[in-house]
Design a protein around this ligand. Structure first.
Ligand code: ATP
Ligand code: MG
Length: 450
């Protein structure tokens, strides 16, 4: 029951071949010359129409993955859930998909198509026509096709009108579409934030109730999605939208327990600073790393749990910090599979927060040479914007970085042993050996457990 197809000829729309990457054009032309239909589709078309530079160019064709592979020597087939062809030009990878069809037509083989009890699509390799392909896409603005044959633009679900109106609208029945793939709820937030579109009322309505379905999504896929959500230059807006739509808690359950209705706790203000900082860096074309994001995101949890452990035990602060760090990461990776190379950086950024206050003797020099020093200092600066007590420490390290070797020795010899705001004392020898645990007195009052 696809809507009427609307076709704009070459002179009726603004997309020109000059805006499309050479590699994408190469693939489109080769497919076309070999007798296949070939279209640019998805974000590439949508972003060009909005006057933005697309992140990548997705291609769709009536050739099967095997037929595509035969056309390109630099092609590999990937994906189980969605079988796709990747045509590889050095670091540039052009994704080529085959038109998707409907499930009910061929559902005899589990290898071709399968659905979970909750209505989620597990396999999705039924091929079909362009009309069917359009109907299977998520949003109307993502179902616009640019034909390489005659440079016409094909709109199957009113995506052009929605782009004009600034509306993000799901194709089909929203609840069914979110149940099929709950990640579409995150994609709605991502496109709303990135493209400044309003999620239509009917597409927004079921999200709050269906948000818990994100729990069924594989953690590795959610890690990829959070990168797109938070590293694309619109992290702050994305964060607000996720909270508004009840999607934050299923992604970051521990962090959600710290959020307040008023949204003005010190941690919330810190997190907003961190997200703003990330957005500024993206805007300035500076590198951003998921390690910094996760370090900031989970920092409130680590601080709170570290205090809890201190209140419940006689462990030294360094040990309660370690316990809190491990717990925060272990809990988070149950929902989002943060790769180990990033969690190890996250840990270092946190551990350095504990070490930066201790600068005397050779310590400052060693800290300064640490590969994560810069990230840890940036993190400290962010904390300082909320916590005025860190001012002296930040100032000191700022001067240290500017100073020459002689001045550095001088600074180090005058540094206070411990600065305010540090959870640690100045006894490095204590770090490695956990004290023998005293039996807890039953009468000991529990302080600061709130
Ligand atoms: P961008 O690449 O800028 O993040 P995009 O819209 O191109 O945005 P991709 O993930 O590259 O997003 O997907 C390409 C296209 O594939 C989409 O525009 C959409 O038509 C379709 N698509 C992707 N993911 C889904 C999904 N989960 N459900 C339905 N259609 C999808
Ligand atoms: Mg894309």
């Amino acid at each position: 029951m696809a809507d009427e197809r609307r076709i704009l000829t070459r002179d009726q729309h603004s997309i020109s071949r000059r805006q499309i990457s050479d590699n994408a054009l190469k693939v489109l032309y080769r497919l076309n010359k070999s007798g296949y239909d070939a279209y640019l589709v998805g974000g590439g078309v949508r972003d060009l129409l909005l006057g933005k530079q697309p992140k990548d160019f997705d291609i769709v064709t009536d050739a099967t993955p095997e037929q595509i592979k035969r056309l390109f020597s630099n092609c590999r087939l990937v994906g189980r859930r969605f079988r796709l062809a990747h045509v590889v030009f050095g670091r540039d990878v052009i994704e080529v998909a085959t038109f998707r069809g409907h499930h009910h037509k061929v559902n005899t083989s589990k290898h071709i198509s399968s659905q979970s009890d909750e209505g989620m699509l597990l396999r999705d390799n039924v091929y079909g026509t362009i009309e069917e392909d359009a109907e299977r896409r998520d949003f109307t603005v993502n179902a616009l096709y640019y034909s390489i044959k005659d440079f016409s633009l094909h709109d199957f679900h009113g995506g052009l009108d929605d782009l004009d109106a600034g509306t993000l609208e799901l194709i089909g029945d929203p609840e069914t579409r979110y149940r099929e793939d709950p990640v579409r709820m995150l994609r709605a937030i991502r496109f709303a934030a990135k493209l400044d579109l309003n999620i239509s009322e009917r597409s927004a309505a079921p999200i709050r109730e269906l948000a818990p379905l994100l729990q069924d999504i594989p953690p590795a896929r959610l890690f990829e999605e959070t990168l797109k959500l938070f590293q694309a230059g619109h992290a702050l807006k994305t964060y607000h939208l996720l909270r508004e739509y009840g999607l934050f808690a299923p992604l970051f359950p521990q962090v959600a327990t710290l959020l307040t209705k008023e949204n003005n706790s010190p941690f919330e203000r810190f997190l907003e600073q961190a997200l703003t900082n990330t957005d500024d860096r993206v805007a300035a074309d500076l590198p951003v790393t998921p390690a910094f994001f996760y370090a900031a995101l989970l920092w409130g949890v680590v601080e709170k749990r570290s205090r809890d452990f201190a209140n419940e035990s006689t462990l030294p602060p360094q040990d309660t910090l370690l316990l809190a760090m491990n717990e925060a990461i272990d809990q988070q990776i149950k929902t989002i599979a943060i790769p180990r190379r990033f969690t190890s950086d996250v840990r270092e950024i946190w551990l350095l927060q504990d070490r930066l206050p201790r600068r005397s003797g050779k310590r400052a020099e060693r800290l300064f040479a640490h590969p994560r020093f810069r990230a840890a200092f940036d993190f400290l600066e962010l904390r300082g914007r909320i916590d005025g007590r860190l001012k002296e420490l930040i100032q000191w390290w700022a001067e240290y970085q500017q100073a020459n070797a002689g001045q550095r020795d001088e600074l180090a010899s005058h540094s206070p042993a411990v600065a305010h705001g540090s959870p640690a004392d100045d006894e490095p020898s204590e770090r490695a050996k956990p004290r023998r645990r005293r039996r807890r007195s039953p009468r000991r009052p529990k302080e600061g457990a709130a």
